[in-house]
Unconditional design. Structure first.
Length: 257
């Protein structure tokens, strides 16, 4: 206590004396803590002893000395931590910080989880026959196809939770079906007219064939590509990637006799 008061009363401009007094004060703190920890045999017991004694002394002291006791308490508890590990109040503070950090992390994850679902929403509001309507449905179709690919196979609670932000809404599924119907009907007509070949199309009342999935992916990619050329009316643009991806062989030239 005397060294703490002497240090507080030292002229700040007298660096030599202040450094000398600071050194003696730190040495006294270190020596006291080492002896205390050795006697109490744990950081917890040493911390309780410091707090109990200083609380009792402060209660009996003049108010102007309380700040000095607070500094001594602070220095002693820090020294106990260095010598014997964190004190209870420091561990409690660390636990509170860790708990608070965990709560903040959970809040951020939940916000990001729902935000991701909101971000992945694909509006389907424009009429099917317009370019905007076809682009919207192409986005919805791509989302549905990707989701079906990710969700295929064994499902479980964890996988369902992870995929939920990407799960298409009913209106997105409806929009994807509208474009799928246009694309597959158009593909069947192109095959009939021999403007597309090599396509194995189903009857429409069963699961899609691998080639039908291929058609839908190509149509979706084409309509979503900003570099694609659009026709008038826009719905004719759906047929372009089918023609180019499934061309028919050129007729053999007739041999002259």
């Amino acid at each position: 206590m005397n060294l703490a008061l002497e240090l507080e009363g030292t002229d700040p401009g007298d660096h030599a004396r202040r450094d000398e007094t600071e050194g003696r004060y730190r040495a006294a703190i270190g020596s006291f803590v080492e002896q205390l920890v050795a006697e109490r045999r744990s950081a917890d017991a040493a911390t309780r002893a410091v707090n109990d004694d200083l609380d009792e002394i402060s209660a009996l002291s003049a108010a102007e000395l309380h700040s000095t006791y607070d500094r001594i308490r602070y220095d002693l508890l820090n020294q106990i931590e260095e010598v014997a590990g964190p004190s209870p109040w420091q561990r409690a503070a660390q636990k509170r910080l860790v708990g608070l950090g965990g709560v903040v992390l959970v809040v951020l994850l939940v916000a990001g989880y729902f935000g991701l679902r909101q971000y992945n929403l694909t509006p389907v509001t424009a009429p099917l026959e317009t370019r905007a309507g076809l682009e919207q449905r192409a986005n919805a179709l791509a989302k549905v196809l990707h989701y079906e690919s990710w969700a295929s196979g064994r499902r479980g609670m964890i996988k369902n939770l992870l995929l939920w932000p990407f799960e298409p809404l009913p209106e997105e599924v409806a929009g994807a079906r509208e474009l799928s119907s246009v694309a597959l009907t158009g593909a069947a007509k192109l095959v009939e007219l021999r403007e597309a070949c090599g396509l194995q199309l189903g009857s429409g009342d069963q699961a899609l064939t691998p080639q039908e999935y291929g058609v839908l992916n190509k149509v979706s990619d084409h309509l979503r590509n900003k570099a694609s050329q659009w026709r008038d009316p826009p719905v004719l643009t759906v047929l372009d990637p089918i023609r180019s991806s499934y061309p028919c062989p050129e007729p053999a030239a007739q041999t002259r006799h």
